[in-house]
Design a protein around this ligand. Structure first.
Ligand code: PMP
Length: 303
């Protein structure tokens, strides 16, 4: 079954969607993407797109920063996304990639006087961090501060920062790198937000610590407060806390909720999946698969 792509206003097979070599976004990173998941629920025979509205609203905000003029509202982008996912027809876990980009075939570093375009496609995609016990290292690369580039804008060009971090971590024998903010406090993983559990409390870097304001992060905070009655601290997090916390996990659309067992060769807790992490993980997977009626509004059925 072919993947479909919404490209230049039409739904076409993904393999037919091609971009010219002079496209501005290819040269200067003037694109903006989202990562969205469609989660397969075998019992319901359904794929649920998770928090589609929030992803599209984040995309529209990023478009303002990058001066990408996309005529569609967040709701319209959502409807196009459901349609392309439906046409692709995958009855399995699906990853959806919308991209808004400067589509003019023109050279010159700028954001003005350029055409913008929007495309979206869906592909089958299982696990991203292929481990239940992630081993991390602190990256030598830092996240940018908001005046270098706003870290909550998923600009394609910015992701070279994340790619430097990921490759450094993998080539040094770890699964993921943890980036610090410019002030040296903990920020996040190369594609995930980070949570610690300290004395029964959930602790996570605040949005002012150069993180991407993650939708999975918000999901986990909501579930932790409402369903487990946990106290949640969004604040400055010291590197020291990475080594001394009781539990740690990463969150992201691609990575879901992935427990961390080791940071910079120091074991966390007993080196396995901690009890609070395990509970949150179960709740999270129930929520994204459409198994929690209370959070059904987060899940958009495709079929
Ligand atoms: N931080 C970074 C750098 C990311 O790329 C992502 C993935 N979008 C996240 C955090 C997690 O964000 P979300 O939960 O919205 O996918």
């Amino acid at each position: 079954m072919p993947s479909y792509c919404y490209f230049k206003g039409e739904y076409i097979p993904l393999e037919n969607a091609k971009i010219g070599v002079m496209t501005h976004a290819l040269h200067y990173g003037t694109g903006l993407f989202e990562g969205i998941r469609g989660n397969w629920n075998a019992a319901h025979g359904q794929v649920y797109i998770f928090r589609l509205k929030e992803h599209m609203e984040r995309m529209k905000n990023g478009c303002k920063v990058l001066r990408l003029d996309i005529p569609h509202t967040a709701d319209e982008l959502g409807r196009i996304t459901v349609e392309v996912t439906k046409k692709s027809g995958f009855m399995e876990d699906t990853y959806i990639r919308p991209l808004a980009y400067k589509s003019s075939e023109a050279l010159g570093v700028r954001l003005h006087n350029l055409e913008s375009d929007f495309l979206v496609f869906a592909i089958p995609w299982g696990r991203y961090l292929d481990t239940d016990a992630c081993r991390c290292s602190v990256s030598t690369w830092r996240r940018p501060d908001d005046n270098t580039f706003p870290p909550s804008v998923k600009a394609t060009g910015l992701y070279i920062n994340n790619a430097l971090t990921k490759t450094e971590a993998i080539e040094n024998g770890f699964d993921e790198g943890i980036m610090l903010a410019p002030d040296g406090h903990v920020a996040e993983g190369s594609g995930e937000n980070l949570f610690l559990i300290e004395n029964g409390k959930l602790v996570t870097p605040a949005t002012y610590s150069s993180i991407l304001n993650g939708i999975t992060r918000d999901t986990v905070i909501t579930l932790a407060k409402n369903e487990l009655g946990l106290e949640v601290e969004e604040r400055l997090v010291d590197r020291y806390e990475l080594y001394t916390a009781d539990e740690c996990f990463l969150t992201g659309t691609a990575a879901h909720l992935t427990p961390v067992c080791e940071i910079d060769r120091r074991k966390l807790g007993n080196g396995g999946v901690g009890p609070i992490t395990a509970k949150l993980k179960d709740l999270y997977f129930d929520a994204i698969k459409g198994n929690l009626p209370k959070y059904a509004h987060w899940c958009t059925p495709v079929f």
